[in-house]
Design a protein around this ligand. Sequence first.
Ligand code: LHQ
Length: 262
Amino acid sequence: MSESDTILSTLADGVLGLTLNRPEKLNAFNDEMHLALRAGFERAHADSAVRAVLLTGAGRGFCAGQDLGDRDPKKGVPDLGRTIETFYNPLLRLIRSLEKPVICAVNGVAAGAGANIAFACDITLAARSARFIQAFAKIGLVPDSGGTWSLPRLIGEARAKALALTAEPLGAETAADWGLIWRAVDDDTLMEEATALATRLAAGPTRGLGMTKRAIQAAATNSLDEQLDLERDLQREAGRSADYAEGVSAFLEKRKPEFSGK
Ligand code: LHQ
């Protein structure tokens, strides 16, 4: 894993905590933070001790998207497609393809790519005071980090277009009411609730949870027939897991299961 203080990393109870850590810039991404966050998610893929990820931000913001000081056209016309190809798209793919739960705790403003990364996570909680801004329209850009894909799917085309074209901030409670995120919680309980959720999921049947994530995501492009076949195949695999054996034994023996993640 790359050594950088732009991402704070912890591992406890199977939860890999990744904290965006450029608080003086509301955790806007510079290249170093991009690489360090990617290294964190690569570790989550490779390390079997990691059974869930908890992503959050240090300070008063979650993430203000790209550090615009690093992509200032006055310093030469930038190739933003390259930035997307090099940094954001690999990150989005790592989050979505990780067969372990990714919890996101949005502790404050989430703007631009910062908002869309939060929407790409599996379960997103936000502090009641947090807001989400599709800031791209304010600077002549197009939503990225999967925003043009996730927004219409999560909230429908009308709301997606209005948010993206106006860049109006959306409060956490409305985001939850609309189904953009899982839940808005009191600011002072956000990290406690997010950590408890991540810890609970990290103690869960990791392979089954991972396949559940894969199946739900596949539904975005599958027909019902394809999805039914996929469920059959994944259930066959899940049924052979140690965690299925443990789950059924625990149920029959009226005790709490102890899942190994295998
Ligand atoms: C920042 C930033 C920031 C640098 C706050 N950069 N310093 C992909 C491809 C390649 C390039 C382009 O981008 C993308 C994807 C994207 O993410 S595009 C969208 C980029 N993000 C934005 O346009 C958001 C810009 N930030 C804001 O609009 C505001 O800062 C928000 C609404 C997020 C928060 O407003 P306030 O709460 O009033 O805070 P602030 O504006 O005072 O910011 C605090 C500091 O953070 C400030 O620095 P300073 O030295 O004055 O204290 C800001 O300059 C800095 N900061 N966002 N993206």
